[in-house]
Every structure is written in structure tokens, then in C-alpha cells.
Design a protein around this ligand. Structure first.
Ligand code: SF4
Ligand code: SF4
Length: 339
């Protein structure tokens, strides 16, 4: 008898992970597939799609499971998954992360929000929303987000055996980094135990089902925005890079800043906003005013470079970046502020 709880018409149970580079979704996909194939004797495959940048660009990882007597001949991206794992809740502002989710499927999200809030924001129904605060767990245990997400994904895919994953964690770390075995197992177990599930019945309203219903490309030659507008995140129209950041922004304290510009020297995206002024002796100087977060990809190189601790990393929750942002004048930029 099959251990898979559901299958599509080709006999597959399918999982899609939505993430950004740097959060480990690619590796998590491999580990999930291995747990099903090596641990349970299923047939399975995993592959990913990602961009050219190591950090911050969108990543999708796909996992297919089927019974051992079924051949895997379909290697196309998964458009109608039974489970979707979203590694970063900033993603769904710009990417339709729930797209194609099967009826009564499970949407797992790394977030500090409650399932009801996510359901309202995504406008979906006829599915289960699972939420895990994987970033907080990883910070507390000094490990990685993907291990906590794997714990939650194992609970979500209840046919997988969590003991298989604990074995993989032991094998991965015990030779070279034995001190990392216990924190990683704790992280995995916390992901497994702390994930919360809330089911939402299918709404009769078309609007609430529209996000999961579509499986076709959003934009084509008939539907693309006029003027070649790029609607994906990180562009100058939306001015929102939160989907590219990994949950942290640099926070600036002007009181302790000595205006040495070490931060600006290492920033790859020219985020720092300066204004010309006079120092205490009346000499002309440039003074740092803050950070324009519309360009900031959250690499935190500036925090490492700052000699005075005026820049610290801050957990990005809600609209904190928008509230703290100091806007640059881009049209004739000379370091001035928008007036
Ligand atoms: S984190 Fe700092 S260095 Fe990195 S892009 Fe943002 S402002 Fe620039
Ligand atoms: S590196 Fe630190 S002290 Fe120097 S200008 Fe930047 S924020 Fe100020």
C-alpha cells in the first residue's frame, strides 16, 4: 500500500519550495527528496531553478515523489503542488507564491504572522495554512532557517520519517563540526513541533480562490504591462527590496556616527544618503543622514565595516524599512535628500 497521502493523475505527490538565494531552499529540497527515496524507498527527484546572484534572487526548488513502480518521466517545473513551502514571507508581496496549489493543499510559510493574517493577505481558501517562525528559531539556536523549515516540512509531509532527517544531520556534521549536531537537531525538532496549522474551507467567492487557481504564466504578449514595466520585485517601480532581504536590515544610529564612510565604501548598492554641512570648526564636510532601503538588499556588509557600532542589524518585521528609510534624490543625485 502506498505511503503517499495524495497523488496527481501521473501518480506524483509534489512539493514546491519558494525562496530567495541564501536561505538554503535548494539544499532543503535535496534533503527532502533523499528522505523519501533513501528513507522510505519511494521514487523521487529534486531540481531547482535560480538566478545568477548568490543571495537575494528568487529560487524555486521542486520535489516529486511516487511509488517505486512508477517511472518519473516528467521533469518540468511543478505547477500544481500538494505542498508549497515559502521560506520568506516578504516574497509573497511580489511573487504569487500560492499559485497552482492543489485543492486542500498545504501552504507552509516562514513568518511571525498568524495564519488568519496570511490568509487575508494572500486571499486564498480551500487549503491549510501552516506557519513557522523559522528565522527566530534559527537565531535562537544559532543555526540556519532551512533546518527549521525542514522540521516544519517533515511535519507537513507526515509520511516522511523525522528520524531519517536526524540521521542525515548527524552524518553531515559529526565528523567536521560535531558541536553543530545538537543545535541542528534541536532546530529541526523545534520546526517540527512548533509549526501551527489552520484549515480554511473553500470560499464560494471567486476572488478568494483565484490565487491558487491559476497555473498559467501571468504575463504573455497579450497581457504584459504597457511600456515594458518589470513587475517583479527589486525594481524601481515598486521600490521594495524586502523580498530580496533575508529578514534583516542595517539600522543607523546618527548619534554615534563619525561620518567615516567605511559603510559607503563596502555597500554594493549605493544606499547611503549624505548631506553637505559644516563641522564644529566650520569646515565643510559630508554627514551621513541614513539609508535608502529601496536599494538595500540586506547583505549587512556595512554593519561589519562600521568601526563605531553605529550600524547594527535589525530584524525586518512589517514596514520597518519603509518607516526608517531616508530617500535619495535620484534625478540629479549629489548626495542630497528629497525635499
Ligand atoms: S545591507 Fe548595508 S551594505 Fe548591504 S546593501 Fe544594505 S546598506 Fe548596502
Ligand atoms: S561606517 Fe559607521 S561611523 Fe562610519 S559613516 Fe558609516 S555609520 Fe557612520
Amino acid at each position: 500500500m502506498s505511503v503517499l497521502p495524495k497523488k496527481n493523475t501521473l501518480g506524483f505527490y509534489e512539493i514546491r519550495l519558494e525562496s530567495i538565494g541564501g536561505l538554503g531552499a535548494n539544499l532543503a529540497g535535496k534533503m527532502l527528496a533523499e528522505a523519501g527515496v533513501l528513507g522510505l524507498g519511494l521514487n523521487g527527484c529534486n531540481f531547482s531553478s535560480y538566478g545568477s546572484e548568490k543571495k537575494g534572487s528568487p529560487v524555486k526548488s521542486f520535489i516529486r515523489f511516487c511509488d517505486p513502480d512508477v517511472e518519473i518521466r516528467d521533469h518540468s517545473p511543478i505547477e500544481h503542488p500538494h505542498v508549497i513551502g515559502v521560506f520568506h514571507d516578504g516574497l509573497y508581496k511580489m511573487v504569487d507564491v500560492a499559485k497552482g496549489l492543489q485543492d486542500e493543499g498545504i501552504l507552509l510559510i516562514n513568518s511571525v504572522k498568524q495564519p488568519a493574517q496570511i490568509q487575508q493577505e494572500l486571499q486564498i481558501s480551500g487549503c491549510t495554512i501552516a506557519v513557522i517562525d523559522a528565522l527566530s528559531i534559527a537565531l535562537e539556536e544559532k543555526t540556519k532557517v532551512n533546518t527549521a523549515m525542514l522540521g516544519a516540512l517533515f511535519r507537513t509531509c507526515s509520511f516522511l520519517n523525522p528520524e531519517d532527517m536526524r540521521k542525515v544531520i548527524r552524518q553531515t556534521f559529526e565528523k567536521k563540526y560535531p558541536h553543530l549536531v545538537e543545535p541542528n537537531i534541536r532546530t529541526f525538532d523545534r520546526g517540527y513541533n512548533e509549526v501551527v496549522f489552520k484549515h480554511y474551507h473553500k470560499e464560494t467567492s471567486e476572488v478568494l480562490n483565484i490565487k491558487t487557481a491559476a497555473g498559467h504564466p501571468q504575463l504573455g504578449y497579450q497581457t504584459q504591462p504597457i511600456g515594458g514595466i518589470i513587475t517583479a520585485y527589486g525594481n524601481t517601480i515598486l521600490k521594495d527590496m524586502s523580498g530580496s532581504r533575508q529578514g534583516f536590515i542595517p539600522s543607523f544610529d546618527q548619534e554615534t556616527c563619525i561620518n567615516c564612510a567605511a559603510c559607503d565604501n563596502v555597500c554594493p548598492d549605493d544606499c547611503f544618503v549624505w548631506i553637505e554641512g559644516e563641522d564644529k570648526r566650520g569646515r565643510k564636510n559630508m554627514f551621513l543622514q541614513g539609508i535608502d532601503y529601496q536599494f538595500c538588499k540586506g547583505c549587512l556588509k556595512c554593519v561589519e565595516a562600521c568601526p563605531t557600532g553605529s550600524l547594527t542589524d535589525l530584524r525586518e518585521i512589517g514596514n520597518v524599512a519603509t518607516e526608517k528609510s531616508v530617500k535619495k534624490r535620484i534625478d540629479s543625485y549629489k548626495g542630497g535628500l528629497v525635499t
